[in-house]
Design a protein around this ligand. Structure first.
Ligand code: IMP
Ligand code: MG
Length: 180
């Protein structure tokens, strides 16, 4: 049995992921030309997307990471735990939060509020996947890779109990895996 056998449907192939990073990277490069771009990625799920997106950005930028957690298995706990703060002082920076998936929106709205208190020049959101069905917080992404249905997905950085992050595509995890 390989990891791939636990995926029941591929939502974004390697090729589509590559094209998506290219499209978003071009748009971001255009929008942030001459600005003070700080890309902030949310660990750990967004690292694969962040590194591919980064290579498609052609304007000056710096990167940093934050870590939070709100998930246990396939369900959000609704409570965000802060685990790692920024190393760079975001004062005056045009922050672009880079996320793997926008689900309930609780994580990003919490992070946005934390960063709003730090004198950033602007804060926008770029998410690879948008799952609007389960939205609880009042938050919208400025850049979206793909809108997906309400299913638990893994791969390309996204995990189920820390597994499946190394799959090179995004796919729906077979419910048999977590309903056991
Ligand atoms: P939110 O706070 O509910 O928007 O959840 C955001 C975080 O939950 C994401 O950054 C992911 O790490 C995780 N998450 C939400 N949906 C999924 C999913 O379908 N698969 C894997 N992780 C998910
Ligand atoms: Mg995440």
């Amino acid at each position: 049995m390989s990891l791939r056998d636990d995926v029941c449907e591929v939502l974004m192939s390697e090729e589509e992921l590559k094209e998506t990073c290219k499209r978003l990277g071009q748009q971001i490069s255009k929008d942030y030309e001459g600005k003070n771009l700080l890309l902030v990625s949310v660990l750990k799920g967004a690292v694969v997307f962040m590194s591919d997106l980064l290579k498609e950005i052609t304007c000056d930028c710096v990167i940093d990471f934050m870590a939070v957690s709100s998930y246990s298995g396939t369900k959000t706990t609704g409570v965000v735990k802060f685990k790692k703060d920024l190393d760079i002082n975001p004062d005056g920076c045009d922050i672009l939060l880079v996320e793997d998936i926008l689900d309930s929106g609780i994580t990003l709205s919490y992070l946005r509020n934390v960063l709003l208190d730090r004198n950033a020049a602007s804060i926008k959101i770029c998410t690879l996947l948008d799952k609007p069905a389960n939205r609880q917080a009042d938050i919208k992404a400025d850049y979206v890779g793909k809108v997906i249905p309400d299913a638990f997905v893994v791969g390309y950085g996204l995990d189920y109990d820390e597994k499946y992050r190394n799959l090179p595509f995004v796919g729906i995890l077979s419910p048999k895996v977590y309903e056991k």
